[in-house]
Design a protein around this ligand. Structure first.
Ligand code: HEC
Length: 155
């Protein structure tokens, strides 16, 4: 009896050591793999556009990367859509439609919103059918641009 008790204690220590060790190793890989590319820098113009996007509640009806309200369509990749683009977006902002209010924005403000949407568009695709699940649990996504200057229009 006494010997068994001793063995169990010993096993527990080994198991806990292995768990702590794998936890530390796992965290090392999670936090040391490059996440810098996930946070593109916004230009001043795009930041102003983001403020307009938030203050005018565009997000209550529209989604970016599938997140937001669902009355209107997802706008993640609208600026690079060959059938849409800048004037198309301005048209919607100027006139609205039945279920979207019209906005009396200045030209500068419209350009700011477009700069914001363009910066979002450069970060990737939505939906991203090319996402590739890695054995370590990370999802390797297909970035639109690896050229850092493309993500910083003002630089
Ligand atoms: C009350 C809901 C609502 C709000 C708020 C709203 N929208 Fe919309 N928006 C819509 C709907 C609904 C449509 C789709 C209309 C249609 O296609 O007939 C739309 C369409 C659009 C389109 C065209 C999308 C496409 O792919 O055809 C753009 C661009 C757009 N909205 C931009 C904006 C911006 C920018 C704002 C904020 C300044 C905004 N919307 C605020 C409801 C809204």
């Amino acid at each position: 009896m006494k010997i068994k008790k001793y063995e169990n204690k010993h096993h527990n220590r080994v198991i806990i050591s292995v768990l702590v060790f794998t936890f530390v190793i796992y965290n090392y890989f999670v936090y040391s793999s490059g996440t810098e590319t996930l946070a593109p820098k916004l230009s001043i113009e795009a930041i102003d556009g983001q403020v307009l996007w938030q203050e005018n509640n565009c997000w209550t009806c529209h989604q970016l990367y599938g997140l937001g309200g669902y009355l209107g369509p997802d706008l993640t990749n609208i600026t690079s859509n060959p059938q849409k683009g800048e004037n198309y977006i301005k048209g919607f902002i100027n006139s609205g439609v039945k279920s979207m209010p019209k906005y009396n924005f200045t030209d500068e403000e419209k350009n700011q919103i477009i700069a914001f949407l363009r910066a979002v568009d450069q970060t990737g695709y939505f939906p991203n059918y090319k996402a590739n699940l890695q054995p370590n649990g990370w999802v390797e996504i297909d970035y639109k641009s690896t050229d850092s200057t493309a993500q910083q229009p003002n630089k």
